[in-house]
Design a protein around this ligand. Structure first.
Ligand code: 3EB
Length: 333
């Protein structure tokens, strides 16, 4: 089966709606769709559209279902799902509600994937409210990391064994914990960045439990090769660099993405290139839009291929985070 990423506009033929595996809605609320759709309500700096809809398309109709609150669609060996949990439903437990909600969410996701025989996560998109806020004596992103890691351990998954998915973890102004994921029967190959300490080996200064994601994931479908580049920031080693300077953070993040692409190209059937990817650029401050866009212009084609989203990044000294998706037809078939 093949898998195509597309921006949807009003032009999606109704007959094609069954071929949407899932997707995301960025910007403002819009008419509901049938497929699993992750809502990312946030301003879109530089965009004239109030809403942007992204979708993963497969070549024929999907099977749809809902289990444990997870809305999913499946096509052959691929599954896309979205789970949203309201933290208020986890109040009154011994641990912070966000931690409990995250733990529950990941256990449910792993349970569904194991039951479907599609155990391999390729890409996970995590959104939560007030990511840098502190409650229960701990920053909320760190609470999220504890819950995620506990679920990994409970489900006997090991982030450091090369199976951690590409991911992002982003803060929105409000809303539930929202997790979307793409999973498959076959594993993706985890890609790390030699300029950065693997996130699952971050020292304890960044929280009692480390994040569980890889810097990238190289996946293969029948017809295509896909490279998911995780949310990438101005981090070298494990430290934030260029604090306070959005333009330099952008350049550093792009250097990191270039290295992740280089690493993936050691394994890919044919090389991916920076300008050939789709980018989502998270800006902590909309006021940095012009500076960030100008910094992206160092490499032609990237700013044009980018969607800008105003959102919070998981470290309070980070102003920019950039994720990318590259895909090409396989030539080794
Ligand atoms: C970093 O490199 C920046 O917790 O899933 C990027 C991508 C980041 C994913 C996650 C966090 C996550 O640590 C933050």
């Amino acid at each position: 089966m093949s898998l195509h990423f597309r921006f949807l506009d009003a032009a999606l033929a109704p007959a094609d709606a069954g071929r949407v595996l899932g997707g995301a809605l960025l910007g403002a609320p819009a008419v509901a769709v049938d497929w699993p759709e992750q809502a990312i309500f946030a301003p879109l700096p530089g965009s004239t559209a109030a809403t942007l809809r992204e979708a993963w398309l497969v070549e024929s109709d999907c099977i749809a279902g809902r289990d444990d609150g997870i809305v999913w669609r499946r096509h052959g060996d691929l599954l896309y799902g979205v789970l949203t949990l309201d933290e208020a439903d986890f109040a009154g437990t011994a641990v912070p509600p966000l931690q409990a909600a995250t733990d529950t969410a990941y256990r449910r996701i792993f349970g569904l994937l194991d039951a479907c025989g599609l155990p391999h996560l390729w890409r996970v998109w995590n959104y939560l409210a007030d990511i840098n806020g502190e409650t229960h004596g701990l920053e909320r992103y760190r609470q999220f990391n504890i819950g995620r890691q506990e679920a990994y351990a409970a489900c006997r998954r090991d982030a450091a064994d090369g199976s951690a998915p590409a991911a992002c973890a982003i803060g929105l102004a409000g809303g539930p914990l929202s997790i979307a994921f793409l999973a498959a029967a076959q594993p993706a190959q985890a890609i790390e960045n030699p300029r950065q300490v693997s996130a699952y080996h971050y020292p304890a200064d960044y929280g009692p439990r480390s994040p569980t994601f890889s810097r990238g994931a190289l996946a293969r479908t029948d017809g295509r090769e896909l490279l998911f580049v995780s949310g990438t920031a101005s981090i070298v080693g494990h430290r934030t660099v260029h604090a306070g300077d959005a333009a330099e953070q952008t350049r550093e993040a792009m250097r990191n993405i270039a290295v992740v692409i280089d690493e993936a190209n050691r394994l890919a059937a044919r090389p991916f290139a920076l300008p050939a990817a789709d980018y989502r650029v998270y800006l902590r401050h909309a006021a940095d839009y012009a500076a960030v866009r100008a910094a992206l212009a160092d490499t032609p084609g990237i700013a044009e291929a980018a969607v800008f989203v105003q959102a919070d990044i998981c470290r309070s000294d980070l102003l920019v985070e950039i994720e990318a998706l590259a895909a090409h037809v396989r030539v080794d078939d």
